[in-house]
Each structure stands twice: as C-alpha cells, then as structure tokens.
Ligand binder design. Structure first.
Ligand code: HEM
Length: 183
C-alpha cells in the first residue's frame, strides 16, 4: 500500500480525535442522565456540553479539510451498493456531529441552562426559554444518539469486514501508523 492510497496524516488525526472524543462523550452522557441531582451530575453535564461543542468545532475543521483533500478511492470491484452505503454512513455521521451539538445546545438554552465552553466563555443565547422546544430538542438529541450508535457500529463492522474478509487495505489506510501518508 503506497502513501497515495492511504488517508493523509491530517485526515487520520481528525478521524481518531473524533473517535476518542466520542468514546468519552457517549458513555459520559448515559452515566450523567441517571445520576442523582447534585454537584457531580451538574459537573458532568457541563463537561458533556463542552466536549460536544469541541466535537462541533473539530468537525467543522475536519469537513473543510475533507472537502479540499479527497479520500483515497475504494478498491476496484467494490459493489455499488457498498459504495453507496459507505458514503451514506459517512455523510450522516458528519451531519450528526453538527446536529447533536445543535439539538443539545437548543435543549439546554430553551430550558434556561446557560452553556459554557470549559468555563472559558458562555455560548451566546440563540433561543429564549421555551419548555416545549426544550422537550422536542431533548427527544431529537436522544434519537440522534441512537442513530449515532447504530451507524458507528455499522461503520466499525464494515472496517473489520474490509480487513478480515476482503483483506484489502481500507482499514489500514485509516490507522494511525498507515505508512507514510499524505500530509
Ligand atoms: C456530538 C456531540 C454530542 C453527542 C454525541 C451527545 C450524545 C448524547 C447522548 C447519547 C445523550 C444521552 C441520551 C439522552 O438521554 O438524551 C445525551 C444527553 C444530553 N446531551 Fe448530549 N451529545 C452531544 C452534544 C451535546 C451538546 C453540545 C450539548 C449542550 C450544549 C448536549 C446536551 C445534552 C443534555 C442536556 C443531555 C441530557 C438530556 C436530558 O436530560 O434530557 N449534548 N447526549
């Protein structure tokens, strides 16, 4: 596998940075919602919101990079439906990395909870207090979380399928030490 057929170093760094942030973010979310009300719960909510805003910002940079640095082509002979499934999964995953922070932000602000970014600054208010909107956004956020888990599962299984069944270089092209990738 030559460097030309791997994702570049920047693309791989973005990919694994988002993966690590999600591994922190999603279990924290399920843990915090079941905690009894108190300082520990509130602290975890604040951390969840900050990590979510970080994911939003990193995804914006990542998308800008992706649009200017095309991904390596899938192996020749990849069936059309798999190409479509891969593209669709990736597009929806990108969309969720923007939509989940947005529904989370609206849910919080509509319930009159200010949102801070790691205590550095408070995000400007985009919606006023609105209980109904807050409930709707909470339901949307939860549904998006379920879709995210399903798609991350499919995405991971597809990567393992490439590696162990098709034995092509698709998984390796995204691994941190995938040869001398492009910049
Ligand atoms: C990509 C980023 C994010 C992911 C993957 C994510 C994921 C989740 C998940 C899986 C839950 C638990 C399911 C539920 O009960 O709703 C949750 C809950 C929650 N999230 Fe996020 N979230 C993200 C960003 C944010 C942001 C930026 C905010 C606020 C600014 C936020 C606010 C909340 C709140 C307030 C809850 C609790 C919902 C409730 O108590 O009704 N999230 N999040």
């Amino acid at each position: 596998m030559t460097g030309l057929h791997t994702y570049g170093n920047v693309a791989r760094s973005f990919h694994w940075l988002i993966a690590v942030l999600l591994v922190l973010q999603v279990p924290l979310a399920f843990y915090m919602v079941d905690q009894p009300l108190g300082p520990a719960k509130l602290g975890n909510y604040a951390t969840h919101k900050s990590i979510g805003l970080l994911i939003f910002s990193v995804t914006a940079l990542r998308l800008a990079w992706r649009l200017t640095h095309p991904a390596p082509p899938l192996p020749a002979g990849t069936p059309g439906w798999q190409r479509i499934a891969a593209r669709l999964t990736q597009v929806v995953l990108y969309a969720l990395m923007f939509l989940m922070p947005l529904t989370g932000l609206l849910r919080s602000q509509a319930a009159n909870f200010p949102v801070s970014f790691f205590g550095l600054f408070t995000v400007p208010t985009v919606v006023g207090v609105n209980e109904e909107l807050s409930r709707g956004m909470a339901a949307a956020h939860e549904m998006q979380g379920t879709i995210l888990l399903l798609l991350v599962g499919a995405h991971g299984l597809a990567a393992l399928h490439h590696h162990f069944v098709r034995k092509d270089g698709v998984l390796r092209s995204m691994l941190p030490l995938a040869g001398r990738g492009r910049p």
